[in-house]
Design a protein around this ligand. Structure first.
Ligand code: ATP
Length: 598
């Protein structure tokens, strides 16, 4: 396939608002591709070159890309800047400047290989080398191809095609029916490489997908926990449980093959270099030479044994600080699950057996960096409540109760694991992670900052879209507003992104990319928001929302709270008698507490 043919197909997708049509068009594109083109096209559809855990992205900043564009078309930087100011999109600028050129004969393979080569440039002089390779590729790509190349180089394609759309399209194209998507989803949850999974669907069909097991070096999509409001509700639903402390740290999946060790984040990024002490410990402490385990990494002060706040883990993002941080504030991993050893795939195995096998797989000692999370089997609500209170007393976030006979539910938020957290001072007992889809410039003092409030949305995996749930105007300092605005401006788009469903129009639309954690007083019905809205029924909204953590960089937009979770939270909140609910300071101060309409 020629690059311009792929670019034309992408252009078509960009203009498609109907999801059914989008799925059909992606399916047609996958069918048209040859066997070797399919995998690269799947990654390109996501504006990437390889799966996220390989960190092989071009990811150049606007400045470098603008330089490459100027060089490719022999125009001045000022001219590129002028056009950029007009359209706000270097992809369009490149396409305009390339318009006078001859049609390009570049193939998808050639362009993809060239992009890979650019992504792999490193070391001294890499900026100059990247610019010149990118300029050379742009100059050969033709107008439509240049737009595609420039956008992939920036990691944003604006197609509104997410993982769920690709999985559905691949089910249609490879298995003949979009309803077969769960087969692909299963394989993707176990082996989070979309390109490989789509290829498998075409080459090995349903049987091949069903047989996918974990592979060391490729992260398994993490199992997630549901919420229930109380210890009674947990025992009523799960029966006897394995209760564990809930550490507030950084979720890690550790993979080992011989002396090679990887650490993957909750977002499936390779974060191995951030945790040198855990890499060394995995080699020493793990009995099996091949294994995948999971746990929560927590920073602690070795002198006092005290746990330090979550954010400190984030300071390890800077390479130069890692060695120093590993010494001063080492990390301890509380392992809570075993997913795989060279001898056995533990995913289908019951929780109780997995926990047992985890204990046998680790050489534990009191000060070792990897410890097995303590666990207690509990059958009575009162005992579970006491255990929860003990954990809160110890300064922990709460507990996770696990069903003893449940398999590991990769990529799913099921009732196999249920979290119970310290009740917040509000009716809504848990925070919600919303994806920002736009912002308002604000009035008064905020107008000076250029940002006054945020438009937040939740994720709807079935529709692979984001539906609004809140307008959030508090919780941040002036400095935090300013830096959030800079982050958002990097994702600003001239009109509503195709995968955003909204009735409200913000001053600036942004592509769904940034997640923030929000606390609210309660969930109410609202005619202004699209979350949960259907036919004539109003939607759902967060009441008095305020940001408590921004951005939540450990979560991708698709990891945000889902529309379904909001509906569940709404029902749970209605079941809690109002009198028993602690009322928030916010609500009392305004004196406007109202019950959610029934
Ligand atoms: P989620 O990960 O469920 O999307 P979240 O990131 O907002 O939500 P929480 O709601 O606080 O996190 O709870 C789930 C997280 O708790 C897990 O992803 C894991 O990182 C962490 N965790 C801490 N201790 C445990 C434990 N013993 N078992 C399982 N998870 C644990």
């Amino acid at each position: 396939m020629k690059l311009h043919e792929l670019a034309d197909a992408f252009e078509h997708l960009e203009g498609t608002r109907s999801r059914v049509a989008l799925v059909e068009r992606v399916a047609a594109l996958l069918r048209r591709a040859t066997a070797t083109e399919r995998t690269p096209i799947v990654y390109l559809l996501q504006a990437r070159l390889r799966p996220p855990f390989e960190q092989t992205e071009v990811a150049v900043g606007e400045k470098l890309l603008a330089q490459a564009v100027a060089r490719a078309y022999h125009v001045s930087h000022a001219r590129v800047a002028q056009r950029l100011a007009r359209s706000g999109d270097l992809g369009l600028v490149a396409a305009e400047l390339a318009a006078a050129r001859l049609a390009s004969r570049l193939t998808v393979h050639q362009a993809y290989d060239a992009l890979l080569a650019i992504a792999r440039v490193s070391g001294t002089g890499s900026v100059e080398r990247k610019t010149s390779l990118l300029a050379s590729l742009l100059s050969r790509a033709g107008p439509a191809g240049a737009k595609l190349v420039a956008r992939v180089a920036q990691g944003r394609l604006r197609l509104g095609v997410g993982d769920q759309t690709i999985l559905e399209a691949a089910a249609l194209a490879a298995l003949g029916d979009r309803s077969k998507k769960p087969l692909l989803e299963h394989a993707y949850n176990v082996r989070s490489d979309l390109g490989t999974v789509v290829d498998l669907a075409f080459t090995k069909g349903a049987a091949g997908l069903a047989g996918v097991g974990p592979e060391v070096g490729i992260p398994v999509r993490p199992a997630l926990a549901q919420r229930l409001p109380s210890a009674e509700a947990i025992i009523a639903r799960l029966g006897e449980v394995q209760a564990e402390p809930k550490y507030d740290g950084f979720r890690l999946q550790i993979h080992r093959r011989g002396s090679r060790v990887w650490a993957f984040s909750r977002r499936l990024e390779d974060v191995t270099s951030m945790f040198p002490e855990l890499v060394a410990a995995a080699r020493r402490q793990l009995v099996p030479r091949t294994a995948i385990l999971e746990g929560e990494a927590v920073v602690y002060n070795p002198e006092t044994g005290e746990f330090l706040p979550f954010q400190i883990t984030m300071t390890r993002k800077r390479k130069t600080r890692i060695a120093e941080a590993a010494e001063r504030t080492p990390v301890r991993l509380f392992a809570f699950d075993l997913l795989y050893t060279g001898r056995r795939n533990y995913l289908p195995v019951a929780q109780a057996t997995r926990t047992h096998a985890l204990r046998a797989a680790l050489r534990a000692s009191p000060d070792a960096p990897i410890a097995v999370t303590e666990a207690r089997v509990i059958a009575r609500p009162r005992e579970l409540q006491t255990y929860f209170d003990e954990m809160i007393e110890r300064g922990l976030e709460g507990i996770v109760a696990k069903r003893l006979d449940a398999p590991y539910q990769a990529g799913a938020r099921g009732y196999a694991w249920v979290k119970l957290k310290r009740a917040y001072q509000s009716a809504l007992r848990d925070t919600v992670d919303v994806v920002l889809v736009g912002y308002f410039r604000g009035r008064g003092k905020r107008a000076a900052l250029g940002i006054g409030s945020l438009l937040g949305a939740v994720y709807d995996p079935r529709g692979d879209r984001y539906r609004t749930v809140a307008k959030i105007g508090s919780g941040l300092s002036d400095r935090a507003w300013t830096s959030l605005r800079t982050l958002l401006d990097a994702h600003a788009v001239p009109e509503r992104p195709v995968n955003v469903d909204a009735l409200i129009t913000p001053d600036v639309w942004v592509e769904p990319a940034i997640v923030v954690e929000v606390l609210a007083d309660e969930i109410t019905r609202s005619p202004f928001h699209t979350c949960g809205r259907h036919d004539d029924e109003p939607g759902y909204a967060l009441r008095f929302p305020r940001v408590v953590n921004a951005p939540r960089s450990d979560k991708a937009p698709t990891d945000a709270t889902t529309e379904r979770e909001i509906l569940t939270l709404y029902r749970q909140q209605r079941r809690t008698p109002t009198e028993a609910r602690p009322r928030s300071r916010n609500t009392r101060a305004r004196g406007t507490a109202k019950r959610a309409p029934r």
